[in-house]
Design a protein around this ligand. Structure first.
Ligand code: E4P
Length: 212
């Protein structure tokens, strides 16, 4: 399973670059950095060697396509994040014909993911945390997408997004999703278990008894 970091913060990306397989950003994450968008994307591509998702802000297909072409020109690893709308899917269809990779974002249902795959999306991002927040089951949606993609052999990779806690990552892995995109704070939690700390303390205490 691949792990992406869900951030536009250069320090966080630099720190975790040894572990991660890619990066996802979104307009909210970029806005926190108070720097020009394209400058951030270029810098991220210089740090990681995997896919870097950068989102368009236009709402019409021609606008999305022209923003996408410009972003794709920054670096070969840039993947264009397109919202799951009818206009977005028109843009994904054109971009996929041009060989520009897309990540269909703001996906909240399996039928949306089916359409994204049919349009040639390289990645699809179900937002599990936001589905849970709204009283649904994010992982049930992921499970349906996994089954649909398997049934028809779609090459679209599932990025489990809007991850809130390590259990989301665990469940994504159990379902066979190709990727989880994980915020920095959750990524750090993946290393931890209280019994690991207790075990280290115990070993170090016992080690003091070894004659030097
Ligand atoms: C996905 O690519 C998005 O950037 C992200 O996971 C959204 O997460 P949020 O619901 O925590 O904003």
């Amino acid at each position: 399973m691949k792990i992406f970091i869900d951030t536009a913060n250069i320090d966080q990306i630099r720190e975790m670059a040894w572990l991660i397989d890619g990066v996802t950003t979104n307009p909210t994450l970029v806005a926190r950095e108070k720097r020009p968008f394209e400058e951030i994307v270029r810098e991220i591509c210089g740090i990681v060697s995997g896919p870097v998702s950068a989102e368009v802000t236009a709402l019409d297909a021609p606008g999305m396509i022209s923003q996408a072409r410009a972003l794709a020109g920054i670096h070969e690893n840039v993947v264009i994040k397109i919202p799951m709308t009818e206009a977005g899917m028109r843009a994904v269809t054109t971009l996929s014909q041009e060989g520009i990779r897309t990540n269909v974002t703001l996906v909240f249902s399996a039928p949306q993911a089916l359409i994204a795959a049919k349009c040639g999306a390289s990645f699809v991002s179900p937002f599990v945390g936001r589905i849970d927040d709204a009283g649904g089951s994010g992982m049930e949606v992921v499970s349906e997408i996994v089954e649909i993609y398997r049934n028809y052999g779609f090459a679209t990779e599932i990025i489990v997004a809007s991850v809130r806690h390590p259990r989301h990552v665990l469940e994504a892995a159990l379902l066979g999703a190709e990727i989880a995109t994980v915020p920095y704070a959750v990524l750090k939690k993946l290393f931890n278990h209280p019994l690991t700390d207790v075990g280290i303390d115990r070993f170090l205490k016992d080690w003091e008894q070894v004659p030097k």
